[in-house]
Design a binder for this molecule. Structure first.
Ligand SMILES: Nc1ncnc2c1ncn2[C@@H]1O[C@H](COP(=O)(O)OP(=O)(O)O)[C@@H](O)[C@H]1O
Ligand SMILES: [Mg+2]
Length: 261
């Protein structure tokens, strides 16, 4: 049985002028445990919308979403919230760490909603996770005193601390320079593999995308498989990353245009 299955998932929103914007027009996607999947697409194509639906943060307008074979529409809202907390770890472009709380407190935060051993041992579990992302000596630092790459490491530790089966990453390197972004992707990949978690990374950076085993392009509201060389196979063919540009600039380079326009 697949971990996640989307069948014909759509998302439409009503705009202030009463017109309807069809963001997703019919998404089909199947992801198995431990799989690494990337989705590329230009800005505004609905990548974050898709990720939010996958992570139970937003509801589809139509179509079917099966989680462990169970249609999520059948779950009560409390069950959905529990599955979101236990089953998913989120990593965002802008880190979203709690300001004024130490790195350790940020990683402990999700464990306050855990039960049993995870709750009672939360401090040890969080400290161990920070150690694994290379921040063992920075546990008492405030996020505002950490570099972007370090903040994203804290966010990764926080995303993984409840050992989710799915990690959802929305432009995880979008606010980082090229080299730091590559380090963060390596970390995310290896942490996902160690934890046997599925990783779904959404990005407009093809170098980031190429690390996954399966690639998709989101455009015109549908997902299409993308034949991208994986990094270990043909690194020279991978178009250079654009992480050295301002994250606000979403225009793809000419190299990317053939994939994501
Ligand atoms: N709740 C909403 N109401 C109106 N428009 C929305 C809403 N959510 C997303 N959109 C629009 O849908 C499109 C896709 O958004 P998004 O999923 O954030 O794209 P991406 O992450 O690929 O940049 C954008 O044009 C955005 O403005
Ligand atoms: Mg987005």
């Amino acid at each position: 049985m697949s971990l996640l299955e989307l069948h014909g998932v759509t998302k439409s929103v009503r705009l202030p002028d009463d017109s309807v914007l069809e963001i997703l027009r019919g998404i089909d996607l199947t992801v198995s445990a431990g799989e690494h999947v990337s989705v590329v697409g230009r800005s505004g194509t609905g990548k974050s919308t898709l990720l939010n639906i996958l992570g139970l943060l937003d509801a589809a307008t139509d179509g079917e979403y099966l989680l462990d074979g169970v249609p999520i529409g059948r779950l009560r809202s409390r069950q959905r919230a529990r599955r979101r907390g236990e089953g998913f770890g989120f990593v965002f472009q802008q880190f979203h760490l709690l300001p004024g709380r130490t790195a350790l407190e940020n990683v402990i935060a999700p464990l306050l909603y855990a039960r049993g051993r995870m709750f009672w041992r939360r401090r040890t579990i969080a400290a161990d996770m920070l150690d694994r992302v290379g921040l063992g000596t920075r546990m008492d630092s405030m996020p505002e005193h950490l570099s972007g790459g370090e903040q994203q490491r804290v966010a990764i530790a926080r995303a993984l601390v409840r050992t989710p089966r799915v990690i959802l990453a929305d432009e995880p390197t979008g606010a980082l320079d090229l080299e730091t972004g590559a380090e963060i992707m390596t970390l995310l990949d290896s942490m996902a593999t160690e934890n046997d978690a599925a990783l779904i990374a959404i990005t407009h950076d093809l170098a980031v995308a190429s690390r996954a085993k399966r690639h998709f392009r989101l455009g015109d509201g549908v997902l299409t498989p993308l034949d991208l060389p994986t990094e270990d196979r043909a690194p020279d063919d991978v178009p250079i990353s654009r992480a050295d540009q301002s994250p606000a600039e979403d225009e793809p380079s000419d190299d990317e245009r053939e994939f994501v326009s």
